[in-house]
Design a protein around this ligand. Structure first.
Ligand code: NCD
Ligand code: ZN
Length: 344
């Protein structure tokens, strides 16, 4: 079996920087035409100037025969200045602003502690029609880690959407029935990205045959009924759901540690995994909308002109990638994937 679809884009990607970036960028650019690049570097990207510099670094790290367009984002902090928004509106490189609750995930210390404090900034975003990308989890220590997303909807997201009805929001990497339902019942201004790991795995995969740090990401994997709900949303053809891998590389030593980092590295096999998830659901006819059309339409960008071919054929995933003497372990390392992807 095979199918050809418009080349997809990744609407949520961590590229990092330095040598690591070169490898992970090559993996992404094998398949994806563009990607929304997360700004959570060790020194977060908070200004358009920094984003333009990072953009140049990414472009310079690309192999000369590879066409790939990074779509940059700024990291929202409580001291973000509205003049950056005017600069975004004028820039060609920067497409959105990312909200991380402080302490929610990797490199999020500079994130926002009190969302209402940045409402004046968000009001300007709404006026300038700049999308807000939301890491939708609360971080309060008394909230169960599996409930962080639902509590975020109830405590913050409903209020945000009511206060700023024209603001375009991407609810990033949704993992629950509650989030899928929220997006479905919202206006077309509200969209969501969905990762391959949340479509294919439930929380049992964190503990199968012993604890598996390579399945640990944030938001954390959820129970089966939630997995089913987001699979259904992704495969429904609803224009508000689109592809965002949240591929987030950390070296093996940081993953296999007494205090392991959150993040799953899926870039080399991301399209293979999505194809598998859609195939499992007998919904391959909906894959193109999810992977290649809905995101571009939401962001108001042209579709990619190229096509990719997906061929149902088993292959073995690399066990690890060696980068400057450090191992990077991809999702499914050493195991089998069922869909080969190639640029046509
Ligand atoms: C991401 C990372 O490592 O940068 N980790 C993750 O588990 N997804 C941060 C994020 O997107 O939350
Ligand atoms: Zn992420």
């Amino acid at each position: 079996m095979e199918l050809e679809i418009t080349q997809p884009d990744d609407w949520h990607l961590h590229l990092r920087d330095g040598e690591l970036m070169k490898t992970v960028l090559a993996h992404t650019a094998q398949t994806f035409g563009r990607a929304i690049i997360m700004p959570n570097l060790k020194t977060p990207i908070t200004t358009v100037k920094q984003a333009q510099h990072y953009y140049q670094q990414i472009k310079a790290a690309l192999a000369s025969d590879t066409i790939f367009e990074p779509l940059m984002t700024l990291y929202l902090t409580e001291s973000s200045n509205a003049k950056e928004l005017t600069a975004i509106a004028k820039s060609t490189e920067v497409k959105a602003v990312k909200y991380y609750p402080a302490g929610a995930t990797t490199n999020s210390d500079s994130g926002v502690r009190n969302l209402e404090k940045v409402y004046p900034f968000i009001e300007q975003m709404e006026k300038l029609d700049i999308p807000l990308l939301v890491h939708g989890e609360v971080v309060d220590s008394d909230i169960d880690v599996f409930d962080r997303e639902k509590v975020f909807i109830d405590k913050h997201l409903i209020k945000l959407v009511t206060q700023f009805p024209s603001l375009r929001i991407v609810f990033e990497h949704i993992t629950t029935q509650d989030a899928a339902q929220f997006v479905k019942s919202s206006s077309s201004k509200i969209a969501a990205t969905i990762t391959p790991q949340h479509m294919l795995m439930n929380r049992n995969e964190l503990f199968r045959d012993g604890i598996n740090p390579h399945h640990y990401c944030l938001p954390i994997l959820k129970r089966e009924k939630h997995r089913q709900a987001i699979v259904e949303a992704a495969c429904s053809g609803n224009r508000s759901f689109f592809l965002g891998t949240d591929s987030a590389p950390h070296f093996k030593l940081s993953k296999e540690s007494s205090c392991g980092c959150a993040g799953i590295y899926s870039a080399p096999i991301a399209m293979a995994l999505y194809a598998e998830a859609f195939d499992n659901q007998n919904s391959l006819d909906k894959l193109e909308a999810f992977a290649s059309l809905n995101g571009a339409n939401f962001y108001g960008l042209e579709l990619n002109e190229k096509k990719i071919r997906l061929v149902k054929q088993d292959f073995q995933v690399e066990k690890s990638y060696l980068i400057e003497k450090q191992d990077l372990i991809p999702l499914r390392a050493g195991k089998t994937c069922h869909w080969r992807t190639e640029l046509v």
